[in-house]
Design a protein around this ligand. Structure first.
Ligand code: NAP
Ligand code: ZN
Ligand code: ZN
Length: 347
């Protein structure tokens, strides 16, 4: 089955029209005609081979929402006409301890299959959501509530779960002082969730001018980190900080803000390693940790939480023809706060 798509042909090429093959709908598969696809900074890292593992041609996109247009004979979770979503994963081994715990993103058998820039177990390349439709096993598809704006729901499939999961894992809640570093796609969702979970939240940003938005999105305090001395009075005062920054930056200055036993959790994935001073950690028994997306069960829990609490992303909807311009703006930290591609514009 042919699908229209937009692809990167190399690390230096623009994202441009391309045609791909989608496999047939198997007994456990559903076909989703894609209405909207969010634009994650991981799309840029991978389209440009910044992580050194890119497979070309590459069709990026792992914040996929649309309508089910076909279901296989054994499908019970979906029927034609339902809304459905796909995030960062489309398969895993399904039998290791992590998969059995629905933490498929940590599959221990090397069989995790990412939505794009990866290969199915039969070796065929995976292609993402900058495309007209996708065929996916029902076990890796999510149910989307019709209560929420569909376009603004798309970013929940990556930016949403990637921030929800660590906030839940580290039990962020009332009485805690929490920091969010970087106000982009992931950052603005971290802010919304940390606020919804009852924490007192500080937004750290390098961009003067995002203060008003940060407050509207749920920040109790906003700190522009490029102002000299901005962090000095905040030392040793945070329980938990989530770092969503896409580029190399100094982690020691955020570690110094944690109180005893506090945690700095990285979800941002810059292409270069960071230097950590032992003294940033040892004096206050601080933890530096990381987290990647979230399992299928937790992704559904997050989507249901969002439907119940009326939480979606703040988005700028673009036609697919503006994708390269969107990348350029994201690299300047100029997005409010997630680009979402209207897939009807793909002809
Ligand atoms: P984004 O929308 O581009 O936001 C990144 C934000 O980081 C920017 O808006 C900016 O916020 C800040 N920033 C950018 N360059 C900076 C610099 N040089 N120094 C300090 N701050 C800087 O990106 P995103 O889609 O949220 O993704 C963020 C990162 O998370 C990416 O590396 C992405 O690959 C990664 N990611 C990881 C996972 C996972 O599973 N762990 C999932 C999705 C994405 P301010 O203007 O507020 O400073
Ligand atoms: Zn992503
Ligand atoms: Zn597994």
């Amino acid at each position: 089955m042919q699908a229209n798509a937009y692809a990167a042909q190399s690390a230096t090429s623009d994202i441009a029209p391309f045609s791909i093959d989608r496999h047939d709908v198997g007994p456990n598969d559903i076909r989703i005609d894609i209405d909207f696809c969010g634009v994650c900074h991981s799309d840029i890292h991978q389209a440009r081979n910044e992580w050194g593992n890119s497979i070309y041609p590459m069709v990026p996109g792992h914040e996929i929402v649309g309508h089910v247009t076909s279901v296989g004979a054994s499908v019970s979770k979906f029927k034609v006409g339902d809304l459905a979503g796909v995030g960062c994963m489309v398969d895993s081994c399904r039998e290791c301890a992590s998969c059995l715990a629905s933490e498929e993103q940590y599959c221990e058998n090397g069989k995790l299959v990412l939505t794009y820039n990866d290969r199915y177990h039969d070796g065929a390349p995976t292609f993402g959501g900058y495309s007209s439709h996708i065929v996916v096993d029902q076990a890796f598809a999510l149910s989307i509530s019709p209560k929420l704006d569909l376009a603004a729901t798309a970013p929940l499939l990556c930016a949403g779960i990637t921030t929800y999961s660590p906030l839940r894992h580290w039990n962020v809640g009332p009485g805690q002082k929490v920091g969010v570093v970087g106000l982009g796609g992931l950052g603005h969702m971290a802010l919304k969730f940390a606020h919804a979970f009852g924490a007192n939240v500080t937004q750290f940003t390098t961009t003067a001018g995002k203060e008003v938005d940060a407050k509207r999105l749920g920040a109790d305090e906003v700190v522009v980190t490029t102002e000299p001395g901005a962090l000095d009075k905040l030392a040793n005062s945070y329980d938990f900080i989530i770092d969503t920054v896409s580029a190399p930056h100094d982690l020691n200055k955020f570690l110094s803000l944690l109180r005893r036993d506090g945690s700095l959790v990285l979800v941002g994935a810059p292409d270069k390693p960071s230097e950590i001073a032992a003294f940033s950690l040892i004096g206050k028994r601080r933890t530096l940790a990381g987290s990647t997306i979230g399992g299928i069960a937790e992704t559904q829990e997050m989507l249901d939480f969002c439907a119940e609490h009326d939480i979606v992303s703040d988005i700028e909807v673009i036609p697919i023809q503006q994708i390269n311009e969107a990348y350029t703006r994201m690299l300047k930290s100029d997005v409010k706060y997630r680009f979402v591609i209207d897939m009807k514009t793909l002809s």
